[in-house]
Write a protein that binds this ligand. Structure first.
Ligand code: SF4
Ligand code: SF4
Length: 817
């Protein structure tokens, strides 16, 4: 038996190690195919602390407490029990073998036994969980493993279970052997705290039988462990197993050394590891990729991301696109890219001369488009391109995937990089974006409105709103720049938020000024749509204004402007302190400069709060808006089931506001339904885009009778103003509103392509193959980074004669249904 066990164990070990080492070399070679990724090794101390926190502390895993805790035992057990594998090799040659020094050290024995049991107890629920997942596509947490490679998951789980059982069996037999061989000093409950009782059952066996059992189980343990390595060695894209090694590196190399997620600002567009802007674009080779058009255009960190994906599906379970039956799953996006990278790698790694001799399957993989028409299910294509255009353009950039991912995969950066290539090189993007790009290029706002109308929101206010260049020379004369934003200046409902904030600031004695027609779009929608050069042009323009007018402190009512100014403008040479209006208002309430007044009568109102993704997940601002709502008298805050980090998108981010939403349930309706189901009288928001989307959803629900007529969508600032002034606020523009001018966006249909709610889109219960991917209309080329046309000079007092959008409808007609 002993000889047999030694031969079998060593044979498996030789094959296992050889394949495992070969696979590591293969993985390194594939990752190295990626482009340079600078700044991924800065602040090594902080990176190491972050990596230790996230691995040993499981800080990201524990966002799902029960699963995270169970995984922690498996993770720690896997590491600690490596020593038992070494011990098993020793036992093959001497059944009494124990590890030198630590072998009989009681703490080592206790920890080993505890984690062997814990690992078994922890893995069982994982196995049951996996086995009971629905086979078909379903929403939410229940369907998170849909599309994952299930055999790999089962295999890993069985390995953990059986290795754990082998460890315990060996402990039973070790106890019994020590007992019967006369060396009973160690055969005590002290040294075998969790196994002595079972060991007692075998003390009737002879020493020789026990030795044979030890050789047998040691061999089994080694064979199982080495089979695991063989399977890993043969499947370098088996993320469910490889993440045990790759996760340490992926976390260490994450974008933010201090542990933050890859949210907030986007990573700049890189070519050959250098950020590209107007200054150095001329130096680029003609065929230099802008964005990602082929798998090898991703940075090496991107390919490491793909390699590390555990296929846990946390991202998929939270994605608003996937949860409304669209083909985008962040998990499957990543695994499709991973599988393509590993399948194409032999071609990329081969010399030119050798490529002809490669298998046809490899040559075919090398010819696949990265983004294009797919065959089969768009989310897991069986042929055609790797990523379907519908998948690429479905993303709202909400950041739920990045927030959820336990191994710090940077989905949003990868999606935007692919969009950049489609827009800048291929000129291939949803046709609706043409209007957006035109408006931004021609007039500096998405609606192509006249810059002269940017101050219409302030008409008839009973205090003076200082405008830079008119009432004040520069921002040194006041405390804050109030950044109004395009929606805040042109969209009727958002104007009400702008006015409310201005009134509150004035009441609190805050000295502020606005830029008026000196303001232009921050560029957020252009950047999120992949049009990096339009973004850069707008940002440069604003940055120049900021420098000239000495802007240092900015308050913004738009979560997208807030995020862009705060996180993306430093690369244009301006360092700003940027706050969201709810943060500043909260400060003013705490300082006693604004005091909500209780109403003497009237029923208590229920409020619910929708977290804007670009305020919450992208910038971790969760408390200030809630604290403001909680100080409003006679009001009770009732949270939606999906709130804070796990909030659900309104559907407008990632430039989706400007795109049609044709597949599946509308995201805004899904979210509005959740808000309405809280029973709230008022749905509070902190972003004009969210407000449009939820108002639109509410209108649709009220029209079909599934929401009460009294329910309304209001910005937090309006609710605060109402309580401070003890006056009711209006959610919708009233007839004859002085701020409504020809340069006004009143109708939700005008706001953006996505802002039209339809209840009649039936959820897709059983997914059909996406035979016909969403056609991407032939767009106007935007590859040429022409400078943005200067907005009309502020001196020109004439309104633009022919606004390109429809005129507003009367408010009473302002319903879609
Ligand atoms: S950012 Fe949001 S919409 Fe985009 S893939 Fe991630 S979860 Fe889905
Ligand atoms: S990307 Fe992250 S969250 Fe999504 S399946 Fe992979 S490991 Fe899990």
């Amino acid at each position: 038996m002993q000889i047999f066990a030694i031969v079998v164990s060593l044979a498996f070990t030789a094959v296992g190690l050889a394949l495992f080492i070969k696979a590591i070399q293969q993985i390194l070679a594939v990752v190295r195919l990626g482009q340079p990724a600078p700044h991924r090794t800065d602040r090594p101390g902080a990176r190491t602390v972050t990596m230790l926190k996230e691995t040993l502390g499981h800080t990201r895993m524990l966002q799902w407490t029960k699963v995270g805790a169970a995984h922690w035992f498996v993770f720690i057990g896997f590491g600690l029990l490596f020593a038992t594998l070494v011990n098993a090799y020793g036992q093959l040659f001497d059944e009494h073998f124990i590890l030198p020094i630590i072998g009989h050290f009681f703490l080592f024995e206790w920890v080993t036994e505890f984690f062997a049991w814990a690992m078994i107890v922890a893995i069982l629920p994982f196995m049951v969980y996996r086995a009971t997942r629905p086979k078909e596509r379903v929403r939410g947490e229940k369907g998170r493993l849909y599309g994952s490679t299930m055999w790999q998951g089962y295999f890993v789980e069985w390995v953990i279970l059986t290795v754990g059982i082998c460890i315990l069996m060996l402990r039973f037999f070790e106890y019994a052997l020590q007992h019967v061989s006369g060396d009973g000093q160690q055969a005590t409950a002290f040294h075998f705290p969790l196994t002595f009782w079972a060991g007692e059952l075998f003390t009737g066996l002879t020493a020789s039988t026990l030795a044979n059992l030890i050789w047998l189980v040691a061999m089994l343990k080694i064979v199982i462990s080495m089979t695991w390595m063989i399977v890993l060695g043969l499947n370098p894209n088996m993320g469910v197993a490889w993440h045990r090694f790759a996760a340490f590196f992926n976390i260490w190399f994450k974008r933010k050394a201090d542990g933050g997620t890859a949210l907030g600002g986007l990573a700049p567009m890189m070519v050959d590891g250098k950020p590209i802007d107007f200054e150095n674009i001329e130096d680029l080779d003609e065929d230099a990729p802008m964005g990602v058009g082929k798998i090898e255009d991703f940075a090496w960190k991107g390919i490491l991301d793909f390699t590390t994906c555990t296929e846990c599906g946390r991202c998929q379970s939270q994605c608003p696109a996937w949860n409304t039956e669209k083909p985008l799953s962040p998990k499957l996006l990543i695994t499709n890219l991973r599988d393509h990278a590993y399948a194409k790698a032999p071609y990329l790694l081969a010399d030119e001369a050798d490529r002809e001799n490669l298998p046809d399957s490899v040559k075919a993989e090398a010819q696949r488009e990265l983004v294009g028409a797919t065959e089969g299910y768009a989310w897991q294509p069986s042929g055609g391109a790797v990523i379907d255009p519908e998948v690429l353009w479905d993303c709202t950039n909400c950041g739920a995937c990045v927030q959820q991912c336990p191994v710090d995969i940077e989905h949003v950066d990868h999606i935007i990089d692919m969009r950049r290539y489609q827009v800048l090189i291929e000129s291939n993007f949803p046709s609706e974006l043409n209007g957006l790009f035109k408006g931004l290029e021609n007039k500096g706002n998405p609606w192509n409105m006249s810059p002269n109308a940017r101050m219409d929101w302030a008409k008839d206010l009973d205090f003076e709103v200082k405008q830079v260049g008119v009432e004040v020379e520069d921002l040194d004369e006041v405390d804050w720049l109030f950044w109004v934003g395009c929606a805040g200046a042109y969209e009727d409902r958002a104007k009400k938020t702008t006015r409310a904030v201005a009134e509150l600031l004035d009441m609190a004695g805050v000295d502020f000024a606005v830029l008026g027609d000196g303001e232009t779009c921050t560029g957020d929608p252009a950047r999120r749509a992949g049009n990096e050069f339009v973004f850069q042009q707008l940002a440069m323009q604003n940055a120049e204004v900021f420098k000239e007018t000495k802007v240092k402190k900015v308050v913004s009512t738009c979560a997208h402007c807030f995020n862009t100014l705060k996180n993306e403008y430093s690369q244009f040479g301006v360092e700003l302190e940027v706050v969201h209006h709810t943060q500043l208002l909260n400060r003013l309430v705490r300082e006693g400069r604004l005091t909500p007044v209780p109403e003497s009568s009237g029923p208590k109102k229920t409020l619910t709060y929708h977290d804007p993704c670009f305020l919450g997940r992208h910038n971790q601002v969760y408390s200030p808006p809630r604290e403001l709502l909680q100080v409003i008298p006679n009001a009770e805050l009732k949270e939606m089931p999906r709130n804070s980090e796990r909030s659900f998108c309104c559907g407008a981010g990632g430039a989706r506001m400007w795109m049609e939403e044709k597949v599946g349930e509308r995201i805004n309706l899904n979210r509005t339904t959740e808000a309405v189901e809280t029973g709230a009288d008022q749905i509070a928001v902190g972003c004009p885009f969210c407000r449009v989307m939820l108002s639109d959803g509410l209108t649709a629900k009220q029209a079909d009778g599934s929401a009460r007529e009294e329910v309304e969508v209001l910005d937090v600032a309006q609710l605060l103003l109402a309580s401070v002034k003890r006056e009711p606020v209006q959610a919708e523009p009233e007839p004859g509103d002085v701020t409504q001018t020809p340069e006004t966006v009143s109708d939700t249909a005008q706001v953006g392509a996505a802002a039209q709610a339809h209840e009649d889109v039936a959820p897709v219960a059983e997914p059909e193959p996406a035979a016909d991917p969403e056609p991407v209309a032939e767009p106007e080329p935007v590859a040429d980074p022409e400078p943005v046309v200067e907005p009309e000079p502020a001196a020109d007092p004439e309104p633009v004669a022919e606004p390109t959008t429809e005129r507003k409808r009367e408010p009473e007609d302002d319903r879609l249904f």
